[in-house]
Design a protein around this ligand. Structure first.
Ligand SMILES: [Zn+2]
Length: 441
């Protein structure tokens, strides 16, 4: 059954006013105190609930999120002992979190002799393929890689193509689930995402998907600042130069103190342009925060990673870095524009989880520094209501002629946020529309 051509949302609250709202042709076409329903039209009764612009997640990795659903996670352990049997499953198996360092193609064959299997080392930097996988990908591999099955990430051009081949149903499921949370748009922050892989994501998800990859867009170009490498300065420099040549701002991934220092130094050399962002800024002291505020840089951060990984990071980092981990309020108070996002699958894809964590912190689980880093729930939600090209800018609004990308809550806004904050709901969402079409059911 095709969806109705127009939908009337009755008795909803838009920016404080109780109104009816008609969606047609992909847009909001009417907003008023009382609109008569047409006979052929779908009607959704709002009952005084808030109608918001659809939520936008400003930093996510869609293919990795789909892959995480289709994976066997070894959680830092060795390969399973013995053979997992021949199996007649024709699909790829993706295994992640391998803790052993010297595994080769022959070891993976011993467990999975017939199915195509790729195993990711827990560092994320190395894949080990079994023989059927090597045969499938032979054209992409050099002689040594074919022999050992070991392919380093820097060589993995096949990665995106492979994910796309094997993840159709997971992608569709992610799109549906995001719909149940009110999400209508995503910015994929995977550095090289473009071409067929991006097309596959767009074809599989109902959400509107932007990419920080190399394609033609006004959004920033993602550049990773990894600090375990002598060539980092040159690589980051080249990445920013390429973005500037294409007329684009940059999104610099910086998770350590040195990574952030390097990112800021490179940006100061080029000069900051509108739209430049720092992703994560997971270790950020006051001096770095003040510098970012002066330069007008936007920080895109993830409370759900702080909650998942924060306690471990407290152990891992240098003691002098501990007070500066995953700051939120501390950055806001120093004048930095901070935007929340998920970084799914590394953080939690549900935006309401991030709103709750931003509002209450995660102090109960060994992350004492998060509890003094909270912000108001309404401000946290606001991060998801801005435009993809201006994450710290004004909130989008529900208005006539705007795209009908909408999130209808199940109650008035303040009540919904109160329930999110005290954990009484995972997502206070009744219905989600993208281009006027209801999704996520
Ligand atoms: Zn990321």
């Amino acid at each position: 059954m095709s969806p109705p051509e127009s939908v009337l949302l009755r008795n909803v609250v838009v920016a404080g006013d109780r109104l009816d709202c008609r969606l047609s042709g992909g847009k909001v076409v009417e907003l008023g105190p009382r609109i008569e329903a047409r006979s052929e039209e779908g009607v959704v009764e709002g009952g005084g609930a808030a109608l918001l612009p659809g939520l936008h997640d400003h930093h996510v990795h869609v293919l990795a999120a789909a892959a995480a659903r289709a994976s066997l996670d070894l959680r830092g352990g060795p390969l399973p002992a013995g053979s997992a049997g021949r199996g007649d499953d024709d699909s790829w198996l993706r295994v992640v979190g391998l803790g052993s360092d010297h595994v080769t193609r022959a070891d993976v064959d011993a467990v999975w002799p017939s199915r195509r299997v790729r195993v990711q080392h827990r560092s994320g930097a190395l894949w080990i393929l079994n023989s059927p996988a090597v045969r499938e990908l032979a054209g992409y591999l050099d002689a040594e890689e074919r022999r050992t099955g070991r392919v380093w990430r820097s060589r993995g051009q096949w990665g995106a193509a492979l994910e796309e081949m094997s993840l159709g149903s997971e992608l569709a499921e992610i799109g549906r689930e995001l719909g149940t949370w009110g999400v209508t748009g995503l910015t994929d922050a995977t550095p090289d995402l473009d071409g067929p892989a991006l097309d596959a994501i767009r074809a599989s998800l109902p959400q509107r998907v932007w990419s920080l990859g190399p394609g033609r867009t006004h959004l920033p170009r993602k550049v990773v600042v990894a600090d375990h490498d002598r060539n980092t300065w040159d690589r980051v420099h080249a990445g920013v130069a390429a973005a500037r040549a294409a007329g684009r701002p940059v999104a610099l991934h910086a998770v350590t103190r040195t990574g952030l220092a390097l990112a800021l130094a490179v940006l100061e050399e080029f000069g900051v342009v509108r739209g430049d962002r720092i992703e994560h800024a997971a270790v950020c002291d006051d001096r770095a925060a003040d510098r970012m505020a002066e330069l007008g840089l936007v920080v895109v951060t993830q409370p759900s990673i702080a909650a998942r990984r924060g306690a471990a990071m407290v152990e891992e980092v240098e003691p002098e870095d501990r007070p500066w981990l995953w700051r939120l309020r501390g950055l806001v108070e120093r004048g930095v524009d901070v935007v929340l996002s998920s970084d799914a699958p590394y953080g939690d894809a549900n935006p309401w989880t991030s709103v709750r964590l931003a509002a209450v912190g995660a102090s109960g689980r060994g992350s004492p520094w998060v509890s003094d880093q909270t912000i108001e729930a309404r401000a946290a939600l606001g991060c998801y209501l801005t435009a993809p090209g201006d994450p710290a800018g004004p909130e989008r609004s529900v208005e006539v002629d705007a795209p009908a990308d909408l999130c209808l809550l199940d109650s008035p806004l303040e009540e919904a946020l109160a329930r999110v904050v005290d954990g009484r709901t995972d997502a206070p969402v009744r219905a989600t529309f993208i281009g006027g079409v209801r999704v996520g059911q």
